[in-house]
Design a protein around this ligand. Structure first.
Ligand code: NAP
Length: 254
């Protein structure tokens, strides 16, 4: 009995290996901060290094790994995941956060706009998820969170391509949950409302004010609001919660 308790406590104390795509700034940086603060080992990637990345490399040399990668390229996704596995052997948690938006109505969208958004938001998520869940399947444990958006459900004028990719991710979340559930792997999505990050810089102050006025919580979201829900969804005790997309928008779409 005592040894069982000790074994459980030891297993719980082992830091998890958490992968955060697009973890160099914005929401991804908030998620990285959150898992580093809970003592986990965090691997992040993006196309470029930021001051936040430099700071984590210095402050958490044993718990933080960063690789430059353009996840719209399958080969980069593989190089990134291989680097994580070479360093820590496995992945416990995958947060598919990297995403991009292009403003403008669909009628005016260029091929490049469509390719950029689809190639990262859908194909990049598929590339990384395929590689990581292969390893989770072998260990029969893990959890995945796909960062979606409320506009994947509600739509938004001028964000048609982006909305399409987020709706696709919600379908992926449900399919992955069905494929992986029997192997002890949970897959959920989070659909944030409007966050004050570089991505929302396309909205002018008038639009921001209008969103705040319509939001019951009376403010825009911040990365911490979403990171806390990531922590909840990836807590191993929540192994019966899977296949869901949780809206975290201050009540905006309620
Ligand atoms: P952000 O500030 O623009 O950050 C995006 C992150 O993704 C950065 O780390 C960026 O780094 C990385 N990234 C971009 N293109 C990449 C590529 N090709 N390969 C690898 N990494 C790439 O955006 P955010 O607001 O934090 O958004 C994060 C997630 O939340 C996205 O999925 C977004 O759709 C979702 N979301 C955001 C909001 C919002 O209001 N901001 C609302 C709902 C959902 P590099 O540019 O250096 O590659």
């Amino acid at each position: 009995m005592t040894s069982d308790v000790t074994a459980t406590a030891t297993a719980a104390a082992e830091p998890r290996v958490v992968v955060v795509t697009g973890g160099s700034r914005g929401l991804g940086a908030g998620i990285v901060e959150s898992y580093l603060a809970s003592g986990d080992r965090v691997a992040a990637c993006a196309r470029s290094v930021t001051p936040e990345v430099e700071a984590w490399r210095a402050s958490h040399p044993d718990h933080f790994l960063f690789e430059t990668a353009d996840l719209s390229r399958s080969a980069d996704a593989k190089t990134f995941v291989d680097a994580v596995v070479a360093r820590w052997g496995h992945v416990d948690v995958l947060i598919n956060n990297a995403g991009v938006a292009r403003d403008g109505i669909l009628a005016m969208a260029s091929d490049d706009d469509i390719d950029t958004v689809v190639d990262l938001n859908i194909k990049g998520t598929l590339y990384v998820s395929r590689l990581v869940t292969r390893r989770m399947l072998a260990r029969r444990s893990g959890s995945v969170v796909n960062i979606s958006s409320i506009v994947g459900r509600s739509g938004y004028r001028g964000l048609g391509v982006y909305s399409a990719t987020k709706a696709a991710l919600d379908g992926l979340t449900r399919s992955m949950a069905r494929e992986l559930g029997s192997r002890g792997i949970t897959v959920n999505g989070i659909a944030p409302g409007y966050l004050r990050t570089e991505m929302s810089h396309g909205l002018d102050e008038g639009q921001m004010d209008q969103i705040v006025r319509r939001t019951p919580a009376g403010r825009l979201g911040d990365p911490g609001d979403i990171a806390r829900v990531c922590q909840f969804l990836t807590d191993p005790r929540n192994d019966y919660l899977t296949g869901q997309v949780i809206v975290v928008d201050g009540g905006l779409t309620s």
